[in-house]
Design a protein around this ligand. Sequence first.
Ligand SMILES: [Fe+2]
Length: 214
Amino acid sequence: MNSVFRLTNVLDKEILQELINDFQENCTNTYPGRRFNVDINYAVKLLNPILKYSLPKNWIVDGGNYFETVVPYRLHCDTGKDRTKKLYYNIVIPLKLWYEDYNPNLNKLIITDQIWNGDAAFFVKGDNALPEYNICITDYEQVENKIEGIDNTLLELCTHLNPRNLEGFSIKKVIDWVPGDIIFFRRHYIHTTSNWRSAGVSQKLGLSLFTSLQ
Ligand SMILES: [Fe+2]
C-alpha cells in the first residue's frame, strides 16, 4: 500500500455539489479568510462507497472538516491530540477552486519526507505564530527524517512561507489539487500547500477526513 496516492476523477459534479451544499449549511467563520464546517457525518456517509474500497484494513474516520480559505496553508501535521490512536491515512478531497488566469503548475499539495509523532502542529521555525487547534513547533528537534539545509523546489513552490520554516524539509510528493480527485497520505507526514495564490487561485474549498485503525 503506497503511503501517498491519488485517485483521479472519482467524484462527479453532482457529488461535488452535494458536498459543497453540505458545507454551506453549517459553516462557521473561525478565523479571518477561512470558514470551516466540522460536521462531516453526511460527507462520510456519501463517500463511504468509494473510500471503503480505497483503503484496506479496519479503519474509521475519527475527525476532519470542510475548509474554505483565501490563504495558502503552512507546513502542518494532522495527528490529532490522542497519542493512543493508531493513525492511518489523511484523506483530502478538493471540492472547488475560484480562479482567474489559472496556472495548475503552481496549485499543489506537497507531502514532505518529514514525519511528526506529536500532537497536531504547525511547523513555523523563525516565526512568532499563534497556535490554533494545532500547536506551533519552532524547534525542529523532534521532527523525524530531516535533511541538511532547504530543498530548492520547496522554496520555489512555497513563496508564501518564511524560508526558515522549510529548514530540514524535503519533498516526498507534489500532488495536483483538482476537484473530482481524492488524495490519500499517511497521517504522520508533514504537509503544506504551494503558494496557490500565484497560480491565480483566490479561494478554495476542500474536505479533510482523518482516519485511524480500529
Ligand atoms: Fe492537513
